[in-house]
Design a protein around this ligand. Structure first.
Ligand code: F6P
Ligand code: MN
Length: 323
């Protein structure tokens, strides 16, 4: 039995600084997991009564999870600063820290109050300005620079997936010991799949190539793809990506014209980039339909991007239709 701490520290998978940051995030994940298990009894349901920088209503658990991560990472000397979905600007920590941590503290917030899967997503970048206090600009690095990324999915059981740029490992939290235990070390996504995830209520707002792609999947055996497909939508990206790491599939939140200020729904720095690294490291692909997600030059810590990720045959088809 290999625990996350053994994996991080004894098997030399990463540097001590990155291991320490991951360990801090994983420990907060245990706390969030316990709160979710108690649910309504822990007073975590409902609205917090304020909005985040993106104008979204914050749930109580969004705020609680954000505060837990912020406090724990700020107290860890390896961390130079953090950026979060729930914070307008980057928060400086130790100016001599080696890493920057970005996170979506509680992904899939609409699932909290209905007792369905949610998650925590994180991305770790190198801090390149050691000695001075971090600013938002320090975080504007492409996804290729990530030293580590991963998520914790709070489902019927709590699981953690992580990459250090050399494959993907998956752990399961043992609630008895509060230890994450390694269950798979070389997660691989099949190239072919017959499952796709998309919120089809936005169909009329998509660009014609995306409409055509979904039309092809719905046509099934009778259409150009020559096989039947099935839809799955968790409404928490962490849940959909977890399913794809487990059994393949394609997930997309594509460009749409609903709101001209938003070229997509998902945020590049703490949703798309960390998931893209995991997916690529498991043999899949991640694109905005044209460019590889990991090559996008960020201009804002909260910028949004269209996302198509998962089994390579499907992602290639989406790219071909958009070319
Ligand atoms: O973080 C944004 C997010 O909650 C994702 O986790 C999820 O995939 C998506 O939005 C759900 O969007 P919608 O509410 O449009 O289905
Ligand atoms: Mn999210």
């Amino acid at each position: 039995m290999i625990t996350l701490n053994t994996y991080l520290n004894e098997k030399n998978h990463t540097s001590p600084a990155i291991a320490s940051a991951v360990s801090t995030i994983a420990n907060v994940g245990v706390e969030i997991s316990k709160l979710l298990q108690r649910g309504a009894l822990a007073d975590i349901h409902g609205e917090a009564g304020n909005q985040n920088v993106q104008g979204e209503e914050q749930k109580k658990l969004d705020v609680i999870s954000n505060d837990l991560l912020l406090d724990a990472l700020s107290a860890n000397s390896v961390c130079a600063g953090v950026a979060s979905e729930e914070l307008d600007d980057a928060t400086p920590a130790n100016p001599n820290g080696e890493v920057l941590v970005l996170f979506d503290p509680l992904d899939g917030s609409s699932n909290i109050d209905i007792n369905m899967s949610v998650g925590t997503i994180f991305s770790i970048l190198p801090y390149q300005n050691q000695g001075s206090e971090v600013t938002n600009n320090d975080f504007l690095q492409t996804g290729r620079n990530q030293l580590a990324s991963g998520y914790i999915v709070y489902g019927p059981s709590t699981m953690l997936a992580i990459t250090f740029g050399n494959g993907v490992a998956m752990f399961s939290l043992d609630p008895a010991s509060n230890e994450y235990v390694l269950i798979e070390e070389a997660v691989k996504i099949s190239a072919a799949t017959n499952e796709y995830a998309i919120n089809a209520s936005n169909y009329r707002h998509w660009l014609p190539p995306m409409q055509q792609y979904i039309d092809e999947l719905i046509a099934g055996k009778d259409g150009v793809r020559g096989k039947n497909y099935n839809t799955r939508w968790v409404a928490a990206m962490v849940g959909d990506v977890h399913r794809i790491l487990c059994r393949g599939g394609v997930f997309t939140y594509p460009f749409d014209t609903k709101d001209p200020k938003k070229p997509g729904k998902l945020r590049l720095m703490y949703e798309a980039n960390p998931m893209a690294l995991l997916i690529e490291q498991a043999g899949g692909l991640a694109t905005d339909a044209v460019n590889n997600i990991l090559d996008i030059e960020p201009t804002d810590i909260h910028q949004r991007v269209p996302v198509v990720l998962g089994s390579s045959e499907e992602v290639e088809r989406v790219k071909a239709l958009h070319a």
